[in-house]
Design a protein around this ligand. Structure first.
Ligand code: ZN
Length: 164
């Protein structure tokens, strides 16, 4: 396993659309382990997407139990080719991102989602979630489509904050 370097804006890789995973090869499994280790090595990091470490594959790893605040959660989630198949409600919250180290921003997202994906053994799964975990999953899936949270804030003047 290895802790990998996180790409930060304006790296052009972060703007690319990632390709679906065709086969869960040993390389894919190793990549997922590295993503997991990279995520847990960063303080308060609760999610990572493959493009953030320079791999344009549709893989995200999320674990909101790593956040010090208690949130309802499903522990470690490895999602391959994730797709949101249902969403409802709205939730606005302050987001941060390892790829945008200098800023946080207010972003509006869906509250409840259903996400379908393959787990690490290639089994099809569907997860219903809401609140913080739902937000993190939506944020990570955006990375697979070349979108960072800065692209989603409604006002560049009032909804972006410099980290101190
Ligand atoms: Zn991010």
């Amino acid at each position: 396993m290895a802790i990998l370097r996180i790409l930060t804006i304006p790296d052009p890789v972060l703007k690319q659309i990632s390709a679906p995973v065709e086969m869960i090869s040993p390389q894919v499994v190793n990549l997922i382990k590295d993503m997991q280790e990279t995520m847990t090595s960063s303080n308060f990091c609760v999610g990572i997407a493959a493009p953030q470490i320079g791999v344009l594959s549709r893989i995200i790893v999320v674990d909101v139990s790593l956040n010090p605040k208690p949130h309802r959660n499903n522990g470690l989630l490895v999602m391959i080719n994730p797709q949101i198949t249902y969403s409802s409600g709205k939730l606005k919250s302050r987001e941060g991102c390892l790829s945008v180290p200098e800023f946080t921003g207010n972003v509006s997202r869906k509250d409840k989602i259903t996400v379908e994906y393959l787990d690490i053994s290639g089994k099809k799964q569907a997860l219903n979630t809401s609140g913080f975990e739902s937000i993190v999953i939506q944020h990570e899936i955006d990375h697979l489509d070349g979108i960072v949270f800065l692209d989603k804030v409604s006002s560049l003047k009032t909804d972006i904050f410099k980290r101190v």
